[in-house]
Design a protein around this ligand. Sequence first.
Ligand code: UDP
Length: 236
Amino acid sequence: MQKLNKIYEGKAKIIYQTDQPDLVIQYFKDDATAFDATKRGTINSKGICNNKISAEIFKVLEKNNIPTHFVKLLDERSMLVKRVEIVPIEVTMRNITAGGISKLLGIDEGIILDNPVLEYHYKNDSLHDPLFNEYHIYALKLATARELEAIKDLSFKINTVLIDFFGKRDLDLVDFKLEFGRYKNKIVLADEISPDTCRFWEKGTKKKLDKDRFRRDLGDVEGAYQEVLKRVLSGK
Ligand code: UDP
């Protein structure tokens, strides 16, 4: 597998072309941003942790019949993935209140939601990823009704699988963000699933083991990512 030109560089990852048109390399950086990239920093070895955590989770999801862009791990910071067209919608799934929903609705963090809450955000940095609904999605022609049904259905299934997976590792899955892509006319899960894109609270202590340690200056950010990787690989 040959690594060719850089196609795209985002805040936390770089996508490289390969010698196969349908496959690209997703490379994970240590760069961290928060609050619309107004806060910037580096988290040592974050890229390594997120690459390995994401790979493991994609494998678990594939085993549960969730189609993903994941093909295989290449090295410490890279994975081979299918080249997809990203649907510009960020899906947020919430099981416990925190962050955006607490701010939006004026409610405390840490309230267990009886039913998971699904949100759509328009993936648009200059508009600050605004919350929107399916009518906006259709108005902007971002996805067809069939595609959005698939996205919604997969998001709830992924939530069920991940609550169980992390629960067995003594982590509460508070919330997370998903991105989907089109691959050969099918919707597949893309991007990453990591402490950058999920909130994890240790059961019992409620210790935050995710990017909130960076956002809120809670210290030992690197340790939190390492701890999540350790638990993900622990095969409990
Ligand atoms: N999230 C993300 N990328 C974003 C916004 C949110 O990965 O651009 C994740 C975030 O890490 C959290 C979940 O989505 O696990 C819900 O985030 P929220 O809407 O509460 O926003 P935040 O408080 O992170 O600004």
